[in-house]
Design a binder for this molecule. Sequence first.
Ligand SMILES: O=C(O)CCC(=O)C(=O)O
Length: 286
Amino acid sequence: MGHPVVTDEQVRTFATDGVICLRGAFGPEWIEPLRRGIQKNIAEPSDRARFWDRDVEGRTCFYDNQSWLHIDEYRDFAVDSPAAELAGRLLGATAVNFFYDAVFVRSPGNRFRTPFHQDEPYWSVEGFDTCSIWMPLVPVARESSLELVRGSHLWPERFRQENFGALTGDDRDTVAYAEGGRAGPLPDIEVDRDAYEILSWAMDPGDVVVFNARMVHGGSGNLAADRDLQVFNTQWLGDDVRVAFRPEGMDPDHSGVMRAAGLDHGDRIGGDLYPELWRRPEPAPA
Ligand SMILES: O=C(O)CCC(=O)C(=O)O
């Protein structure tokens, strides 16, 4: 089984690049249940599930999130796997809360590529100390893997993001994403790829890409006819993260469930929906 403790050099790489690929971080005891969980999740989607893509051949990209609330295999991974410690140590955090899970499941040959975007501007929280653990449960070739613009978590601008509802055609995803003090749209990475240092990795089950939620990222998909892609992704929140209800819109929009749980704008994240799952051990007394 992979070892959860990361080296100082890996912590530095994550801080400067905004992303790190860790090989063999999770063993089959985590991969196999998550694969079963994905099949259950497809059979029993939450009301947040979407198809990002369904092409004329019937190939699909299925998406769901916060399904740990009804899929035990996801809950077990979030609560009991080394993921929380991995996140906490990479973030250099005092403590880490679980935010939510997301799955991206592409059927064989699906060509859909996720548009480049940053995650944090969509979220109902704000802060620098965040990470997502992107975990393919099947082998993925580099040309079908997630792509990330190195160091983009440190870009000073705050960009307006695109409305992903336009992809699903689902009224529930229609969010205005007003300009609201933002620097304008995200640069078009695809038309000027050489201007950016784009990182991506061929990966095997057990490998993970961990990235800061301010990182510009996208891609994956673009699958060969005989290859599918099942990705389980968990999002983790560290010390400086606070609840943020954004007037420009949120996706996924947690403001309703957060308010119902007694969380308001500016609050420290916590409670049963966003449990603290790792805390740095106190140093032993000298
Ligand atoms: O796997 C993908 O296609 C996209 C992943 C992504 O954008 C994310 O995890 O935020």
